[in-house]
Ligand binder design. Structure first.
Ligand code: IYR
Length: 223
């Protein structure tokens, strides 16, 4: 076993306390403007922006730094059409048969249904896969640790990056999502679809549900 290599912490920046406070406040001010959007414009978004947002997402911490994620970015209209058709088929089942009433009641304020036109309208669909294991160059398996947590963190960072770039997103979870492995040619045993992230400009007339966020007093306890 090789000795682990260590280097001096690169890139860290400390801020004076007042600046620290204003930076934290400013970041919250930015993030609180984020809304999940379902009405997308078809206006194109440069691929270079998506690449930079993915670069940001892949700075996420991960179990044993094994980076157990794969992002398939779909811009091709025919592939988007196939994803929409497969997702709507699952969603039809979900809304008509699979979802218990309690779940449908919880979703009612969002006004969602089985129609998913945004899967074709939005310029980019980012299918995020969580890898149970990776492969060494010689084909041997490498077990991944905490893949769901790691991919969840990376996805959160991706959503924040896209928002900061001025793009709208939708975290879409058609269930089951295995059709994404098939359509996008991802290995079925190693990779689980985690989320389908829709990204683009909001439609000019985009509407969002009138819902809010729990206050800190409800979700935070200091000890
Ligand atoms: N996947 C369905 C249902 C749905 C489920 C949850 I939980 C949501 O927060 C929103 C929707 C759909 O996309 O319509």
């Amino acid at each position: 076993m090789n000795e682990p290599a260590f280097i001096p912490l690169p890139g860290y920046r400390e801020y004076p306390e007042d600046e620290m406070r204003s930076r934290a406040r400013a970041f919250h001010e930015e993030l609180k403007r984020r809304r999940t959007v379902r009405d997308f414009s078809s206006r194109p978004v440069p691929r270079a922006v998506i690449d930079d947002c993915l670069r940001a997402a892949t700075t996420a911490p991960s179990g044993a730094n094994l980076q157990p994620w794969h992002f398939t970015v779909v811009g091709d209209p025919e592939t988007k059409r196939r994803i929409r058709a497969a997702a709507e088929e699952e969603e039809r089942e979900f809304y008509r048969h699979r979802a218990p009433q309690e779940w449908l009641d919880a979703l009612a304020p969002l006004g969602t249904d089985e129609r998913k036109p945004f899967l074709e309208t939005a310029p980019w669909l980012i299918a995020i896969f969580s890898q149970r294991y990776g492969r060494l160059a010689d084909g041997r398996r490498v077990k991944h640790y905490y893949p769901m947590e790691s991919v969840g963190i990376a996805t959160g960072m991706l959503i924040a990056a896209l928002h900061m770039a001025g793009l709208a997103t939708l975290t879409h979870t058609p269930s089951p999502m295995k059709f994404l492995n098939e359509i996008l040619g991802r290995p079925k045993a190693a990779e689980r679809p985690f989320l389908l992230l829709v990204a683009g400009y909001p439609d000019e007339d985009a509407k969002v549900p009138d819902i809010g966020r729990k206050p800190l007093s409800e979700v935070v306890t200091y000890v």
